[in-house]
Design a protein around this ligand. Sequence first.
Ligand code: APR
Length: 244
Amino acid sequence: MTFPADLLTLLLRTSKLAALTGAGVSQESGLRTFRDAQSGLWAQYRPEDLASPEAFARDPKLVWDWYAWRREAVKAVRPNPGHYALVEIEKRVPHFTLITQNVDGLHRMAGSRNVLELHGNIQRVRCSECYAFAETWGDDGESVPRCEICGGLLRPDVVWFGEALPREQLEAAVEAARTCDVFFSIGTSGVVQPAASLAYAARNRGAVVVEVNLEPTPLTPKADFFLQGKSGEILPALVKAVWG
Ligand code: APR
């Protein structure tokens, strides 16, 4: 795999890099994207019927069961070479921020340290009322487990459709995008806001934007470099080409 020489030089010199990742990065770990994951039993539901506050209010058991099922799917997978390449980049670039829309926790599992999880983490469970996190819960299969403190229903600590993103994480992500020299957009369709706007925020402040994706996205015409292919192949090759 060959890369433009000016990209390699730029990466070798950069001191501030931010990367935004999406479902595509986990695809090679065998995790299907949210929409693809709705197979079999779950195919009859729209995403909004499984992942929104309204859905939880209407049928908490359905939503709890869907996430319990996805949580098990996530437990069965491991990081792939794309995740590990991002760990290598973090070791080599002085200031590196990894911003992810993924809730699977695979970046941390791979060893990434400075990770902003914009959409939460599916392995974390919290009370829907008092926000207390639950480490353990009994699931009798009949009803949604309840908070030990206030008795509220437990829910996954992920951002549902129509919910706000965690403020501190979002602010840190915007700051990283605005101040980086190079911004990577990797394996994301770039259509879900506000994450999608980060690449533009970076670009408007003069950062070089590099996109890695299987196929072009709305960002592609604005990107300085578009590296087309699998992130699990491109990122390790790029690390090797830049840092040897
Ligand atoms: N390498 C690189 N890119 C890939 C790969 C791969 N191996 N496989 C798929 N892709 C690309 C696809 O071409 C697509 O552009 O990854 C992108 C995945 O897009 P989405 O499924 O829309 O995922 P994402 O951008 O993370 O979605 C954002 O939407 O469903 C909600 O909250 C959910 O966080 C999610 C958000």
